[in-house]
Design a binder for this molecule. Structure first.
Ligand code: BGC
Length: 724
């Protein structure tokens, strides 16, 4: 929670109180799996083969079949992951009958991860779950937790982090928040959908170690700690087999090792073969393009019936899939006793604001921020993203929202009475547009007249919100061409900084841009992501110091694209047939730290308007791992929050390990002058790595360094311990 003036606190507390209350009225004794399976098996016994198979595939764009004769309803789904998607009707046509489907547009996944606050993950999930429930949805298609491997992935804005530990902590909160509202979360996209280029074709090849250490842990935590009820298989192939029909990933790991009890659905159109899907763990087929044919022509439709009739497939395999679908229905109380949801409430928007306040990251500040209204007569707002509505863009994650406060709105709301605020676009979000000298000239003139400039640019969801791939940047189905700012923004920012050095650069988007053309000259830089319905208000509060920023980068911002590991060591996006992850486990800071390459802004970096001191670090090590204690003090003049980050380094290892790895963190809120001792537990897994010579996790007894600090490049205290 970032510190803001007391006035915002009651709103958040109310939000939590509401969630708790709604839960209390409907809380019922949790049923054991055994009890559920007895009821489920009794239902399955009543079904004909045709009825069972009808449940294994879609019967409209976002529902799968029910059995009305037996009182089994359809299962209804919606995207996800940062708001309940607008209705698209049963046949994919935007449903204009539902003009009342305007949801809360939460800051996107990457902004949530930047809060480093799992309690907010829960609050965020609870909003989604409650809204999905109120809209009659059973499954919300989120969270999206694919690892941010390259800055170019068009869907990074929906995802969370380059670091599996951070992903795990945020995903578990999110999932519990959703599912406590009697709605199933659906963690996606399982697995290695780390690029959009050729996502429906490409075969991902990675080592077992990269799989175990980097790409699986988020999914494992979602299942084993979050108890997620649904998982969505990815479009791509993994080691030669489609992910959704992948025996190793689905049967052996997800359902075997992780003991996942819920349903594995396909991404929309990710099933390719009836038998592979039947054998290899697909429970529900969604979104296959039938080109006008009936839904029972899906791979898991009529063909299954004839295979069973011919004796080529055992009906028990079908029963097992139905059992999993019914399990999810029972767990969300589909057959009675379901909590009521709530839609687009004040409290939900308050949570959206809170997440934005804590997720926006102050990257650089040479004494320009916070702004003081009394010192400013004229404020020039420049840049098309200051007025751009982002909620409906990006692809399947689009949200029709009741309202979206832009940065310009937010500044006017907060300081409009005291400060003369002007706006000039500076650039136009127009297909193939380069530098527009006229727009630059008038922006420069506005900058000269102003005491302070706030520039808002970066990525957008593309030229046309509804055309995902047309000149799109942060969008499904496409990756960014490079890290260079589009629409002539580099030239614009340089010109504005020259005209008025008191310029704050606010970047929006799902990830980094190459800032090398102007970052040295910019006194203040903020990463705002896509901050949701209340984003403009949150940004204005941060600019004026009403809120003290506390967001930390969940991914490394490289200076140049070529310096990021997927591009320097690995392949991106591959040759359209295969992509080899030869960057292996060296994703994000694991690479920058180990190769000693200085990024533009490091993983975990994020400034505050106050300062924090670290002292008295103690580590006690035992058989179960170690406990780290450290005292954190607010040594500045305003209240603020610090994310204490704990990294582990193995001093000598058999196989090469990253320089250090995040294994714990905690966000602490401190008044000026206040100190607090925080404790972070590290279990045995915190010290292990996957040794692919031995094909198992190993803990090598010996010396480990525990590093404690404010960012991956700002370690304040270290201690060496022996772990046996
Ligand atoms: C996306 C999924 C989404 C699904 C349904 C697919 O294209 O990859 O993330 O949930 O569509 O809209």
């Amino acid at each position: 929670m970032s510190y803001r003036c007391r006035k915002a606190m009651p709103a958040l507390l109310l939000a939590f109180a509401f969630i708790m209350d709604a839960g209390a009225a409907y809380s019922q004794p949790a049923q054991t799996d055994d009890t559920l399976y007895r009821q489920i098996n009794a239902r399955i016994k009543q079904m004909t083969l045709e009825e069972k198979v009808g449940m294994l595939h879609a019967n409209s764009s976002f529902t799968s079949g029910g059995i009305s004769r037996l009182g089994i309803p359809e299962l209804t789904m919606s995207d996800g992951p940062h708001g309940v998607r607008m209705e698209h009707g049963r046949d994919w046509r935007t449903d204009n009958d539902h003009v009342d489907d305007s949801a809360t547009y939460l800051p996107t996944g990457v902004c949530l991860a930047s809060t480093w606050n799992p309690a907010l993950g829960y609050a965020y999930g609870a909003v989604l779950g409650s809204e999905a429930n109120a809209r009659g949805k059973d499954v919300i298609l989120g969270p999206g937790i694919n690892i941010i491997r390259s800055p170019l992935n068009g869907r990074n804005f929906e995802y969370q982090s380059e670091d599996p530990y951070l992903v795990s902590r945020m995903a578990v909160g999110y999932i519990k928040g959703v599912q406590d509202q009697d709605v199933s979360a659906c963690v996606k996209h399982f697995l290695a959908n780390n690029q959009e280029t050729e996502r429906g074709r490409v075969n991902v090849i990675m080592s077992e170690r990269a799989l175990r250490e980097i790409y699986l842990p988020g999914f494992k935590a979602a299942v084993t700690e979050g108890g997620v009820y649904s998982v969505m298989g990815a479009y791509n192939k993994f080691r030669g087999e489609w992910c959704t029909e992948n025996r190793y990933l689905v049967n052996d790991i997800l359902k075997g090792e992780f003991k996942f009890k819920g349903l594995l659905m396909s991404d929309w159109g990710a099933v390719h073969n009836t038998q592979e899907a039947l054998w290899n763990g697909t429970d529900l087929e969604m979104g296959t393009d039938l080109m006008g044919r009936a839904y029972d022509k899906f791979f898991l439709g009529d063909t299954v019936i004839s295979l069973v009739r011919k004796g080529m497939i055992d009906e028990k395999l079908v029963d097992e899939k139905v059992r999993r679908i019914l399990y999810v229905m029972y767990r969300i109380h589909k057959f009675g006793g379901r909590k009521p949801g709530a839609f687009s409430t004040k409290d939900h928007f308050a949570t959206a604001r809170k997440v934005a306040e804590e997720g926006i990251v102050l990257l650089k500040n040479d004494h320009l921020l916070p702004l003081k209204a009394s010192d400013i007569k004229k404020l020039a707002v420049i840049g098309a993203n200051a007025v751009r509505l982002q909620s409906e863009g990006g692809g399947s994650s689009q949200v029709r929202t009741r309202y979206e406060i832009t940065l310009l709105d937010g500044l006017k709301n907060l300081a409009g009475n005291a400060v003369d605020i002007s706006y000039s676009p500076g650039y136009a979000i127009v297909k193939n547009a380069g530098i527009d000298q006229e727009l630059i000239d008038s922006a420069v003139a506005a900058a000269r007249r102003a005491d302070v400039v706030v520039f808002a640019g970066g990525w957008t969801h593309g030229y046309n919100n509804y055309s995902w791939t047309d000149n799109a940047f942060d969008a499904e189905g496409t990756d960014k061409p490079d890290m260079t700012l589009p629409f002539g923004q580099d030239q614009l920012i340089a010109a504005v900084l020259k005209a008025n050095p008191r310029t704050v650069v606010v970047m929006m988007g799902g990830g980094p841009v190459d800032m090398t053309a102007w970052v040295e000259k910019a006194p203040a830089v903020i990463q705002a992501w896509y901050p949701g319905s209340e984003g403009g208000n949150a940004l204005a509060e941060i600019l004026f110091g009403v809120v003290n920023p506390s967001g930390k980068l969940p991914m490394t911002f490289p200076r140049r694209l070529a310096e990021s590991p997927a591009h320097a060591l690995g392949q991106f996006p591959g040759d359209s047939v295969n992509v080899h992850y030869t960057d292996d486990i060296f994703v994000g800071y694991r690479y920058f730290d180990t190769w000693k390459i200085r990024p533009q802004f490091a993983f975990g970096h994020g400034l505050s308007y106050t300062t924090f001191g670290y002292s008295d670090m103690q580590v006690t090590a035992g058989k179960q791992g170690a406990t780290v204690g450290v005292t954190v003090s607010n040594t500045g003049r305003v209240a603020g929050a610090e994310v204490v980050q704990v990294y582990v380094k193995e001093n000598v290892s058999e196989l090469r390990r990253p320089e250090k790895e995040l294994k714990g963190f905690v966000k602490v809120f401190l008044r000026p002058g206040e100190s607090r001792k925080v404790t972070i537990s590290l279990n045995r897994q915190s010290f292990e790595y996957y040794n692919d010579l031995k094909n198992r996790w190993v803990l090598e007894p010996g010396a480990f360094t525990i590093l404690c600090g404010s960012a991956s490049d700002d370690i304040r205290i270290t201690k060496v311990v022996r772990i046996n």
